[in-house]
Design a protein around this ligand. Structure first.
Ligand SMILES: [Cu+2]
Length: 283
């Protein structure tokens, strides 16, 4: 018994130290970008991400309770039914009640999980009528954003360490940000120009492959103004880690002003077919 007590004491102490230390180090999760020593998901800035966080927390409770229950069963077995305290073991092999229970209870738990899981899946996959459409093309190794309704497109490249301005996070900031209005449904179309990339912005709860030769679709509705960062999330070559995504969410007025500027700044010459322009650009 002494050994068991010491063992329990060691386990309890180490769990307390680990959990306490992690909690002390862990910062509140940032919204829009990660924080050093952050635990958990990034904060939510969209309805989909709010639901993802809720579902994640629900699952955490379910998993924790099941794990504790199994641990308790194991401890009971170890204490009550070891060779010393229970020298003559029972020869029971079947118990209908328990067999029905351990089949039905897990099924009920899975059904309880499945209902909110499918609801979230449909919420993510069904794009509501969009206010703004942005096409994000993954390229080795940067993103291009096209606003098809406004007829312009621009490239978005990572800011090198030496050029970072105060407040710009390393490896996440870009020169030309994708800009969208606040509280509007933004439809994001993704494709790849060379290999498979993936467009992901954690605070919006979106992550979708950008595949050459096909268009994928996802959506988000940013509920607060601010700057939100993401990264390419499909290993796409040597500079995969250096093609971040920056989304700036602004008011309707600022968005209209940005659109006006952007149309001039990124104006495409419609008189030439784009393929010819692209070939000439490489010369
Ligand atoms: Cu990529």
């Amino acid at each position: 018994m002494l050994v068991l007590k010491r063992l329990i004491a060691v386990v309890v102490t180490s769990v307390t130290v680990i959990v306490g230390g992690a909690a002390a180090l862990a910062q509140q999760p940032g919204t829009g970008q990660p924080r050093p020593w952050q635990l958990g998901l990034q904060g939510s800035a969209s309805p989909v991400m709010t639901d993802i966080i809720w579902f994640h927390d629900l699952l955490l409770w379910v998993i924790a309770l099941i794990t504790l229950f199994v641990l308790a069963l194991l401890v009971v077995v170890m204490v009550k039914f070891n060779a010393r305290s229970n020298p003559v073991p029972s020869r029971t092999t079947h118990n209908t009640t328990i067999e029905v229970l351990w089949t039905v209870v897990p099924v009920l738990i899975l059904v309880t999980i499945a209902v909110p899981s499918f609801r979230l899946l449909f919420f993510q996959l069904h794009t509501p009528p969009a206010d703004v459409t942005v096409k994000a093309t993954g390229k080795q190794w940067f993103w291009s954003y096209a606003y098809p309704d406004e007829k312009f497109e621009f490239d978005s490249l990572m800011v090198a360490d030496k050029d970072l301005k105060p407040g710009q996070p390393r490896l996440l900031a870009v020169d030309n940000e994708m800009v969208v209005p606040v509280n509007k449904v933004v439809r994001v179309l993704t494709t790849g120009a060379d290999v498979i990339h993936a467009f992901a912005v954690p605070s919006f709860g979106i992550k979708i492959d950008a595949i050459p030769g096909r268009i994928n679709e996802t959506w988000f509705k940013a509920e607060r103004e601010g700057v939100y960062y993401g990264q390419c999330s499909e290993l796409c070559g040597k500079d995969h880690a250096f093609m971040p995504i920056t989304v700036r969410v602004v008011s309707d007025k600022d968005y209209a002003a940005w659109l006006g500027d952007a149309k001039k700044k990124y104006a495409t010459d419609d008189s030439r077919p784009t393929s010819v322009a692209a070939v000439e650009a490489t010369k």
